[in-house]
Design a protein around this ligand. Structure first.
Ligand code: KIV
Ligand code: NA
Length: 259
């Protein structure tokens, strides 16, 4: 991307181009992704992928800040979004205190939080205080235990109501996760801010994928919506196996790699 996005250019993209978003959790990969995508999300999915926890619920502000600082250091020219961890925005006061921490302790451009209408008093408190907020509706990973699993959300009227309420509360974009494509299309048409889909079909304003899923590094399971653009796990295993074998049989290092 030629120039770093702002919330205005992101909003303006709605009717002209699809928005490309990917997660990143560290400086190394953020730097690789940055010139190729519109936005980077430091998702709390890192709790599962980088910390091997069963869900996102135990991610902390400290953990998210550490990874966001790393991503921003690696990709200062990328529009970067901080995923507010579970428990960090249960009321207006805590949400603002934690969002201010994000702006003061990292270079994140925006925060994201999960929830619809029921979270709008919190969203508008943040936006009124100068915080850029991205919404997240549909399947809510932070509700996995309370909802008894990862539930695809298909209540169209409720989702449209949620999207409109978030727009009124001042979000600059909305993530829509795990929703049937035809419903996602109607939700997308119901608001003027971009709707970024994940498992929500093609008739949305952009897509987001978790980097380790789309590059094939995460092998435990593959949700239907994940397309693997690389077989990362296979490449890594072959390369490390070759290294191990060459060390064992004395073929590495040769003179070329010795002082
Ligand atoms: O944490 C995350 O990676 C996310 C995306 C899946 C939207 O919230
Ligand atoms: Na998340």
């Amino acid at each position: 991307m030629a120039k770093k996005h702002t919330i205005d250019t992101i909003k303006a993209a709605k009717n002209s181009e699809k928005l490309v978003m990917i997660t990143a959790y560290d400086a190394l990969f953020a730097k690789l992704f940055s010139p190729l995508v519109d936005m980077i999300l430091v998702g709390d999915s890192l709790n599962m992928i980088f910390a091997a926890k069963p869900d996102t619920l135990s991610a902390s502000m400290e953990q998210m800040l550490y990874h966001t600082q790393a991503v921003c250091a690696g990709a200062p020219e990328s529009f970067t979004i901080f995923d507010m961890p579970y428990g960090s925005y249960t009321n207006k006061k805590d949400a603002l205190k934690n969002a201010i921490r994000v702006y003061q302790e990292s270079y994140a451009d925006a925060v994201k939080l999960e929830g619809g209408k029921e979270k709008c008093h919190i969203v508008s408190h943040l936006t009124k205080n100068g915080i850029a907020v991205m919404g997240h509706i549909g399947l809510l990973p932070q509700h996995v235990r309370g909802a008894g699993g990862y539930k695809v959300a298909n209540n169209k009227d409720k989702l449209i109501e949620d999207a409109k309420a978030l727009e009124d509360a001042g979000v600059f974009a909305i993530i829509l996760e795990g929703v049937k494509a035809d419903i996602a299309k109607d939700i997308t048409a119901s608001v003027e801010v971009p709707v970024i889909g994940i498992g929500a079909g093609k008739d949305v304003d952009g897509q987001v994928l978790v980097w380790s899923d789309m590059l094939g590094f995460f092998e435990d399971f593959k949700p239907k919506f994940v397309k693997r653009y690389l077989n990362g796990a296979k490449l890594v295993k072959e390369a490390v196996a070759a290294y191990a074998q060459e060390v064992k049989n004395g073929r590495f290092p040769t003179k070329d790699y010795s002082y």
